[in-house]
Each structure stands twice: as C-alpha cells, then as structure tokens.
Design a protein around this ligand. Structure first.
Ligand code: FAD
Length: 415
C-alpha cells in the first residue's frame, strides 16, 4: 500500500456508505468528488435502522432532519407463529448508544446525506463513474470520469461505494465469500397491515420463509423472503408472487385480511456476498461494495455507515497499515453479523429469546437473567457487534440454546 498521505479521493456511489465517507473526509480538508448515478427505483430497501446508527447521524449533524420524516423505532418484534412473539426493547437494552432508532423512507434519507456532502464541500458529480484496471493492483478513473471529477490528475484513492454493483471488486476479480442462502426478497409498501407494537420492525416466520413489516409514516413496508423456487410456484411476476403470499400465507391472511399493496414490487436476488479484500494499492471498498449480508436484523445501513467512519479514520491517520487494519476490522464485523443471522435461520435466535424470557420465571434464571437480558440484544442493536466480547458471548449462549425445548422446530421453513 503506497498511500502515506492521501489528499484527493474519488468516491463512487451515493448511498449511505459513500455519502458518510465523503462528508467525513471533506470536513477534514481532503478534496473529495462523489459520483451519483441515481437509483432505478424510488423504492429502496434499507428502511429500518438499528440504534448504533444514531451516533453516526449525530456526528453527521442530520438526526433532527431524519427524525422529522421518519417513524421512531423503539424496538424489534420477532414472531415465531400466531400468538408467539418476542421483543427486543431498545430503551432497556442499550447502554452505550441511544435506546431507539428510526424507520426511514430511504429516498429522503439518502437525499439528506447527499445534501450534507455538498454542504461539507464534496464535489457531487451526477454521472455514473467508470473505472479501469491500471497496472498491477491499481485502478484509475476513465478519462471522462476524471474530467467530471475536476481533478488535475488521478486521485490518490478511489473508493468503491457502489453497493451491490461492486464496481472495483468485479473489475479486479477479487475473491469472495458467498452466503449460505440463495433467497429472494420481494418488497413493496402496503396499507391495512397491523402491527403488534407501534414503531417496531416486525420479522414474522411464515409457512415458507419469513417477512418483514416496517412501519413508515402512512404506510407499512412489507418484504417477503423465501427461496426462489418457493416464490416461483406463486405466480409469474413479482407482483403476482408478492400478492399471492400476502393473501395466501395462513399467518399473513389472518393477521392482515385488509392488506392492500400501494406501490410496485421490487425484487432483490443477489443477497449475501462479501469480498475477502477491502483495500488495495490505491483503492478501498466500503459498505455493500465490500460486503452485504442477509437483512433480517436491519444491519445493512449500520454496517455501511460504520465502515465509512472507520475507513475515514484510516485514511486520515495516513499510516501505511491503517487501511489494512480497516480491512481486518470490517471483515470481523461482517462475520459477527453473519454468525448472528445464521441463528435466525437455524432456530437458535428464537431459542435464545425464549431462554431469556423463561429464565425470568425461575430463581436461578432471575439471577442470570439480567446478564443475559443485557448482553443478548447488544449484538442485534449494533451496540457491541464490532467488539469481541458480546459476539463471543452470543456464540457461547447459542451453543447452550441447542438444548432449549422446541429449538428444532424454530428454524425458518423453506419447503
Ligand atoms: C431485501 C433487503 C432488505 C434490506 N433491509 C434493510 C433494512 O431494513 N435495514 C438496513 O439497515 N439495511 C437493509 N438492507 C441493506 C441495505 O439496503 C444496504 O446495506 C445499504 O443500502 C448499503 O448502503 P451502501 O451505501 O453500501 O450501498 P447502496 O445503498 O446500494 O448505494 C450505492 C449507490 O451507488 C450507486 N452507484 C452504483 N454504481 C455507480 C457508479 N458507477 N457511479 C455512480 N454511482 C453508482 C447506486 O446507484 C447506489 O445509489 C436490506 C437489503 C436487502 C437486499
């Protein structure tokens, strides 16, 4: 790695990772150009935040604005089946981050972060950036992209924040870690979908797969997640498949008989993929362009913005090894969430919540419960997901959860 002192940075991508990074670097005095090509759909997934995002919003100075158009999210509800649900309440779980989060309309959220970039002195270039492979491990902006950025020479660092487009990783053919599952998500906005708890993100186990309910102002975002083969049996188009699950799944039908879709359906298929390298000679990856994982715990925006913040610190510290440390830290962070997500699919997440709630009813349980209740949610709120102790404790508890009554029937059903 040759970047001892980085002065000019090109950021490719205008999602939360790119805009957070660009703002932090520009505020520190670097010359930053950010490329924004716009989204093909007004509906964008990533609407539910975890509490650990709040300090980042405050650091960027945008929390007040975000609050004005968002729904306050005091916790998360996980539904195993009719009448059988568990809650994580942020106010009682969070100690080092605020005890709440928000559900955000993504178009407005992204626009807020982009406006903050411009206020901070970032040159926002509204075109799709094009990048080419240079000699060895280097990349360069193509001529027309370089001209649009307004740099006199190639920037010291090119940051890929292009999300699932993975511009640099694909260009260089970087090695990847694919996820275990190949699910498809169909997502839209609905009316007439009730909630168990106001403001909570709800994750409901369905007859096949699972779904989310995210309350937004005036509507509820609903996403259905299942293996593609399961959805293919429900209809030809994404709309037909989504509507068939909404009206046909026994749990959803009884929960929301008056549900009505009020937006088109967007399908997401490429779902989980991490790149095993995050930095190179003159490039770095951030957010989904580095790695994206299953969305069940609403971790994506936190991972994107947190990776941007630690990358910004690495760039500003300028040391030769700082970027390598960024890479290692973020790979560990992705791995901690991936492990936690595995517990949702194999049933141990519900078993852990059952252990937490059941232990309140025995004397020994009351003794250990405060510890369990305090530490169990801390990975899922993001408060401690980047640390070492809580992910380790969660893994130890998950081993114990294998013995929990019912655990074998708590997993997500695929067929
Ligand atoms: C089904 C599903 C549900 C999800 N739900 C949640 C959730 O509830 N909560 C949560 O936190 N996360 C969720 N996520 C994850 C979340 O959406 C992402 O992690 C997050 O958007 C990543 O931010 P990013 O900035 O890295 O990338 P993105 O948000 O994808 O932004 C990348 C941007 O770069 C632009 N771009 C790409 N190529 C170029 C180019 N060449 N030039 C210029 N611009 C370019 C793209 O158009 C895009 O605007 C979900 C993901 C999926 C698939």
């Amino acid at each position: 790695m040759s970047q001892d002192r980085i002065r000019t940075v090109a950021v490719v991508g205008d999602g939360p990772a790119g805009t957070t990074l660009a703002t932090l670097l520009a505020r520190a005095g670097l010359h930053v150009a950010l490329f924004s090509r716009g989204r093909p759909n007004a509906l964008v997934v990533g609407e539910s935040l975890v509490p650990a995002v709040i300090p980042l919003l405050r650091e960027l100075g945008v929390e007040d604005e975000v609050r004005r158009y968002s729904t306050l999210k005091p916790g998360a509800t996980f539904v195993l089946g009719p009448g059988h649900s568990f809650e994580i309440d942020f106010a009682t779980s969070c100690t080092r981050v605020p005890g709440y989060a928000y559900n955000v309309p993504r178009d407005r959220f992204d626009a807020t972060l982009l406006a903050e970039c411009e206020k901070s002195g970032v040159r926002v270039v509204k075109v799709a950036a094009r990048v080419a492979r240079d000699s060895g491990d280097r990349v360069r902006l193509r001529e027309e992209t370089l001209a649009a950025a307004g740099f006199e020479a190639q920037p010291d660092l090119v940051v890929d924040a292009s999300g699932r487009a993975r511009l640099v990783a694909r260009l260089l053919g970087l090695p990847t870690h694919p996820g275990k599952r190949r699910d498809t998500a169909l997502f839209s906005h609905c009316e007439g979908v009730p909630l168990d708890r106001d403001g909570h993100v709800h994750s409901d186990r369905l007859e096949q797969g699972w779904c989310w309910r995210i309350p937004l102002p005036g509507r509820v975002s609903v996403g259905v997640v299942a293996p593609p083969g399961v959805l293919a049996t429900r209809g030809e188009t994404p709309e037909a498949q989504f509507d068939a699950v909404l009206c046909g799944d026994p749990y959803l039908r009884s929960l929301a008989p008056d549900a009505r879709r009020i937006a088109p359906v967007v399908r997401y298929t490429n779902y989980e993929l991490s790149t095993l390298r995050g930095v190179g000679t003159n490039w770095a990856l951030v957010g989904d362009a580095f790695g994206f994982i299953d969305p069940v715990f609403s971790s994506g925006l936190y991972l994107a913005m947190h990776s941007a913040r630690i990358l910004a610190r690495a760039v500003l510290s300028g040391g030769r090894h700082a970027l390598s440390r960024y890479e290692a830290r973020h790979l560990r962070h992705l791995s901690a969430w991936r492990t936690a997500i595995g517990y949702f699919y194999d049933g141990r997440f519900f078993a852990l919540l059952q252990m937490r709630d059941r232990s309140e009813r025995s004397r020994f349980g009351r003794l250990v419960n405060p510890h369990l209740a305090r530490h169990l949610p801390r990975v899922f709120t993001g408060e401690a997901s980047a640390g070492r102790y809580d992910p380790w404790l969660l893994a130890a508890l998950a081993r114990a959860a294998r013995r929990e009554p019912g655990v074998d029937s708590f997993g997500i059903r695929d067929a």
